[in-house]
Ligand binder design. Structure first.
Ligand SMILES: [Zn+2]
Length: 250
């Protein structure tokens, strides 16, 4: 039973009690609390409200995984790959199917660099959370096919756009044989302007087994590189090892 099912069952029970008592203020409060809790469950992956949202790895080892969303982007991915290669650091890229289709050579380059190339939906619609299970499953499978075609690799992980989820997310992912991945540290790199401030935010939340959310799409290459360089130095100074997501989740 998921937390959502438990909340739903409790709400029905409370609603029946409210109706039996004829107390409509209690009923309204029950409905309001239900909507609030479900809203939080949709927006916060770490609540694991609808299913097994994987947001962190093994906390007994001082390892973290860097994850880059929204690529591949010809304006930043090649420079990022060059930096990762120079530092010998593996990463995990949650790529958008449409962008992989437009830049198959970049997708192949990500894989050749020894990184993971995973599923971040086909179109990255902000309405993905309103999709039926069948529609989302179709998008996921379409993205799997595009990535396989471009990079010869079938992803095992799916990160929903904007991290929003509902029961359909987990059903569709399970049907497409994908595990749903969130994060434990959101860098807010698309919002915070200063790379040092982004790294300081990550440092504050740092913990063994962290999954760090960064972006490699719609972000100026200079800012991305400055952030990643500083982050790699900080992680090195603090004695953290950077591993791929599959390694972190072993
Ligand atoms: Zn995204």
């Amino acid at each position: 039973m998921t937390r959502f099912h438990f909340t739903f069952a409790t709400t029905i029970l409370c609603a029946v009690i409210a109706l039996t008592l004829g107390n409509f203020i209690f009923l309204a409060a029950v409905i309001l609390v239900f909507l609030l809790v479900v809203g939080l469950g949709v927006a916060i992956p770490q609540l694991h409200f609808f299913g097994d949202f994987i947001c962190r790895g093994d906390s007994t080892k001082k390892c973290v995984a860097l994850t880059f969303d929204d690529g591949p982007d010809p304006r930043s991915t090649p420079q990022l790959l060059a930096l990762l290669s120079e530092r010998g650091v593996p990463a995990t890229f949650f790529c958008i199917g449409q962008r992989v289709e437009a830049q198959p050579q970049l997708a192949a380059q990500i894989r050749r660099g020894g990184h993971l190339l995973e599923n971040h939906s086909y179109a990255h619609s902000h309405f993905t959370n309103f999709y039926s299970t069948a529609r989302l499953e179709k998008e996921l499978l379409q993205t799997q096919a595009v990535i396989k075609e471009a990079a010869g690799f079938t992803p095992g992980y799916f990160r929903p756009p904007v991290g929003l989820s509902n029961p359909n997310t987990f059903r569709a992912a399970q049907n497409a044989k994908l595990k749903v991945i969130g994060w434990s540290i959101r860098s807010l790199d698309t919002v915070i302007k200063n790379p040092q401030a982004i790294v300081a935010r990550i440092k504050r939340g740092l913990h063994p087994g962290a999954i760090i959310l960064l972006h490699d799409g719609n972000i100026p290459a200079e800012k991305l590189l400055a952030t990643v360089k500083s982050l790699l130095d900080t992680l090195h100074e603090l004695g953290y090892e950077i591993v791929r997501l599959d390694e972190l989740l072993k």
